[in-house]
Design a protein around this ligand. Structure first.
Ligand code: NAD
Length: 506
């Protein structure tokens, strides 16, 4: 059986992956996966039963015994094959991703590509998982560390990057010698499942990677399961905080990457053309549903004069289905998401922000049922307004004015979130001050969406991250391994014995 197959009613059902087999869930609780541009029901996803979650975790635990002692080179070669398969199937997976999530086809390929880069990096595990060695720490004594896998790890992923974020997790966990249970977003699991199927084709053995589906109940079952050693979460701050607390209480190591309100600080000396293009692209690309989307523009001093031009450029963006050529802004993921965003826009108006560009009435011929919202810009926004304090997660930019760089830094550092920030300037001195004083995980200097490449790690501060180690890169190798420190002495048979020593020295 493949990752999805047609049910009697003709709508495909998404399968669980347990012990190397794609299986139909026995649950009575299902959810439709809906194309956000057309409302077509693409498939149905199950909410796994407790027995199914348990079976997936036990399969992962059973597979761990053999997988942890599989040679590093064997694990790395599976990743080499996996990256080749992802490359080969990228256009097809992008189509699935656009159909279920809404983003444009080129952006869907970007989503897969940023995950593919992590798979490529995972193939270099031979050097990433090295321990340390100190010779002769005492007479004839050496100390060294082993970085060993920890066991069954779980991953819980959001809807907005159904390719990249699962690929942040299981490839690195697996190459470190762990086994994995993935719980993809219930809103768009089809592209994730296509990637999981390719992982099996690449040679991931039975039970090493498992998938369950569902919502809160399944997540809670993973966070509390006695056999799970580590939980990786990416999603909203409310859910991530719950996951962090629950899984920590149950003795797991946890990394929670959470919500955002990313500011772009514009100094008057910035390159005007490049900056305005960057703001519009990062504010409205993927309909603002990126955790690193720009959502607040901070115009410093005289750059306040750039507002009309920002609005004019945003007006030029083409709102359409993600499959249509030249689309800039696709639909938001669901009708519920659209309603929530519309109510936040209404709140902004009610609270006195000035609606410079109103995307609420946008019509898309041929896709009248789509969840479209056009680019929307508020000016005159103050920090007490709901549109400033809340993560809108839609194509809405709010513009705040401040007098100086110091004011901008203080503003950003007072915001509850600390995921990403951009500074636009031609001044190295101002940029250096900014990078030093700002309390945000990802800092872009003339880069609007500074997602680190996989040799570094994704990070975050304050309301955007809990746990110290971030996804991918060197940090995740630490997260997915435990250190064992060995202190060893070897005796020559003819070495003189100095008798019993009762002091603590070696
Ligand atoms: P979400 O928090 O609603 O869902 C994330 C996961 O948690 C899903 O798998 C979902 O099934 C599960 N979940 C939902 N409600 C739950 C509950 N009550 N208890 C337990 N589990 C629950 O997030 P989303 O809407 O899918 O994704 C958007 C959010 O993710 C935004 O806040 C965005 O900023 C954030 N995000 C953060 C990063 C990052 O790296 N910091 C990256 C991408 C997305």
């Amino acid at each position: 059986m493949s990752a999805s197959s047609s049910s009697a009613a003709g709508v495909p059902t998404v399968k669980l992956l347990i012990n190397g087999e794609f299986v139909e869930s026995a649950t009575h609780e299902w959810r439709d996966i809906v194309n956000p541009a057309t409302q077509e029901v693409l498939a149905r996803v199950p909410f796994s039963t407790p027995d199914e979650v348990n079976a997936a975790v036990r399969a992962a635990q059973d597979a761990f015994a053999q997988w942890k002692s599989t040679p590093i080179g064997t694990r790395a070669r599976i990743m080499l094959k996996y990256q080749a398969l992802i490359r080969e199937h990228m256009p097809n997976i992008a189509k699935i991703l656009t159909a279920e999530q809404g983003k444009t086809l080129p952006d869907a390929e970007g989503d897969i590509f940023r995950g593919l880069e992590v798979v490529e990096h995972a193939a270099s595990i031979g050097t990433l998982q090295l321990g340390e060695f100190a010779e002769n720490v005492a007479g004839g004594v050496d100390t060294y560390t082993l970085r060993q896998p920890i066991g069954v790890c779980a991953g819980i992923t959001p809807f907005n990057f159904p390719a990249m974020i699962p690929l942040w997790m299981f490839p690195m966990a697996l190459v470190c010698g762990n086994t994995f249970v993935l719980k993809p977003s219930e809103q768009d699991p089809l592209s994730t499942m296509a990637l999981v199927q390719l992982a099996l084709e690449a040679g991931v053995p039975r039970g090493v990677l498992n998938v369950v589906h569902g919502g809160k109940d399944v997540v809670d079952a993973l966070c509390t399961h006695e056999l799970i050693k580590a939980v990786s979460f990416v999603g909203s701050t409310a859910v991530g905080t719950h996951v962090y607390k629950l899984a920590s209480e149950h003795g797991k190591r946890v990394q929670s990457m959470m919500g955002a309100k990313n500011h772009a600080v514009v100094l008057p000396d910035a390159n005007r053309e490049q900056t305005l293009n960057a703001l519009v692209g990062a504010g409205f690309g993927a309909a603002g549903q990126r955790c690193m989307a720009t959502s607040v523009v901070v115009l410093v001093g005289k750059s306040a004069e750039w507002l009309p031009e920002l609005v004019e450029r945003a007006k030029l963006l083409k709102v359409n289905a993600g499959t249509e050529p030249k689309t800039d802004v696709g639909p938001v993921v669901s009708k519920a998401a659209k309603e929530r965003i519309l109510s936040l826009i209404a709140k902004g108006v009610e609270e006195g922000a000035k609606l410079e560009l109103d995307g609420r009435g946008v019509q898309v011929p041929g896709y009248e049922q789509g969840n479209f919202i056009g680019p929307t810009i508020f000016s005159g926004v103050t920090t007490d307004m709901t549109v400033y304090g809340t993560e809108i997660f839609g194509p809405v930019l709010v513009v705040v004015n401040v007098a100086t760089l110091d004011d901008a830094i203080a503003l950003v550092n007072r915001n509850p979130f600390g995921n990403g920030v951009g500074l636009f300037t031609q001044s190295g001195a101002q940029a250096r001050k900014f990078q030093s004083e700002i309390d945000v995980g990802q800092v872009g200097i003339n880069i609007p969406i500074p997602v680190p490449v996989p040799f570094f790690s994704f990070t975050g501060s304050r309301g955007s991250k809990l746990g110290d180690l971030g996804p991918y890169g060197k940090q995740v190798v630490q997260f997915y391994t435990q250190t064992k420190t060995v202190t060893a002495r070897w005796f020559d048979d003819d070495a003189a014995s100095h008798g019993v020593n009762t002091t603590i020295s070696l």
